[in-house]
Design a protein around this ligand. Structure first.
Ligand code: 6GU
Length: 410
């Protein structure tokens, strides 16, 4: 019986590949013939007494380059013997291999992985004999073998039957959910308390809805906190949704702020506000206690007005939204959905800068804490200056929106 997925690894160190793969679940999958891995040594395709695979680089410089002849001869011999394959050159000078790539490759029947050593393989191999190039990260290894093993393991475990429990793949870090890759929620097992370190209580509640909700929130919180680069960051489209988080008292200046914003941007503005009338704004009375409700209201108002500025009571009072990152996530517009992601502007700094805020604007009246500002600066804020007036805030907001819409312009 032929395996569902075959890797052909081209390397100077076949033993390193084979010995690693013999263990663990991949080893088991090899035995069960769910996956096959063949290794081919470039050296077997040399014709001189010393079995020479490398030579000095044209143009000079340090190091050696793997010659094109043994590489192409190996590729052709394997293709002849076992059939064509999707050819991948593993090299640090390439697009990054990630879970999305793993999912794509897991659909193929035969994958060739070409490993280099030394300074790499004669570039004519990349130019004319492979289908794509992949790197496993922004660092340099001595050769492509560890990278090839990384790719084999990440791809093979996605194939049916390779993992003992197929549910293990669901909900993992980087598995593509609706709106992108997320880090995984935390896991705990017995004992419930270890040297005073306790397991979150909700996990013992038996309330599966609450547990699911908690896990989703933790996954989202972690992603925002630890990997801001994974935040969905498609460019802000013409239909921009903009979320500003204002403290209760700042609502006094909303009217001014909106008037100024109208003069400075072409955004049709709608306002989602916890309470209180804001002159000149389309107002949605909102109790922010229920974030799902908030999301629905934002979505609905997005359909009516192309752009939405949601002004949400940020900090104080009942029903306040004290987790802007969560709020943002819950408001998240799915990747590809028209309009891009909402822009979160924090118009007041509390003691702590919330994750997931794109722009910070200091409060109009009270002065922000110094640490807050420092945080804002270190978190690649678009803006962290302290405008004194509504016009000042509006100018900053308008500039931030412009920059997000046209990231290329200065
Ligand atoms: Cl694919 N090869 C080597 N030699 N170094 C790397 C790599 C590959 N990916 C990251 N570093």
């Amino acid at each position: 019986m032929s395996a569902g997925l075959t890797f052909e690894v081209f390397t100077l160190f076949p033993a390193a590949i084979e010995s690693f793969l013999a263990g663990g679940l991949i080893g088991k999958a090899l035995t069960q013939e769910l996956v096959a891995v063949h290794c081919t040594d470039y050296r077997d395709f040399t014709h001189d007494r010393h079995r020479t695979v490398d030579d000095t680089p044209y143009g000079g410089g340090a190091g050696m380059v793997i010659k094109i002849e043994p590489v192409v001869a190996a590729l052709e011999a394997v293709t002849e013997e076992r059939g064509p394959m999707h050819r991948i050159l593993v090299t640090p000078s390439a697009p990054r291999f990630d879970q999305r790539a793993a999912e794509r490759l897991a659909k193929l029947p035969r994958i060739g992985l070409l490993c280099g050593r030394y300074e790499g393989i004669d570039d004519r191999v990349r130019e004319s004999y492979v289908d794509e190039c992949l790197s496993i990260g922004d660092f340099v290894l001595n050769g492509g073998e560890v990278a090839a093993l990384t790719i084999i393991e990440a791809v093979a475990r996605l194939r049916e039957g390779v993992l003992g429990n197929p549910d293990s793949v669901v909900g993992e870090s980087f598995t593509l959910a609706d709106h992108g890759p997320w880090l995984e929620h935390p896991h705990y097992t017995r004992p419930v308390a270890y040297r005073g370190h306790e397991v979150p209580k909700v996990l013992m509640s038996g309330d599966h809805r609450a547990i699911g909700q908690w896990r989703a929130e933790e996954a989202c919180r972690r992603t925002w906190a630890l990997r801001p680069d994974l935040r969905p960051r498609q460019s802000v489209g013409e239909r921009l949704a903009c979320v500003a988080i204002l403290p209760g008292q700042a609502q006094d200046v909303l009217g001014d702020l909106l008037r100024c914003l109208r003069q400075k941007t072409d955004l049709p503005l709608a306002v989602i506000c916890k309470r209180g009338a804001v002159e000149g704004a389309e107002l949605v009375e909102l109790r922010a206690r229920d974030l799902k409700e908030l999301r629905r209201r934002v979505r609905r108002s997005r359909q009516q007005a192309p752009q939405v500025v949601a002004l949400v009571d940020g900090r104080s009072g009942p029903g306040c939204v004290d987790e802007p990152s969560l709020l943002l996530d819950l408001l998240e517009i799915r990747a590809g959905e028209e309009g891009g992601r909402p822009l979160v502007l924090l118009v007041s700094l509390g003691e702590e800068l919330p994750q997931g805020v794109d722009a910070v604007f200091a409060p109009l009246s009270s002065s922000p804490l110094q640490e807050g500002l420092e945080l804002a600066q270190s978190a690649q804020m678009i803006e962290s200056s302290q405008p004194k007036t509504a016009t000042g805030v509006a100018t900053l907001v308008a500039a931030a929106i412009r920059r997000l819409r046209h990231p290329q312009s200065p």
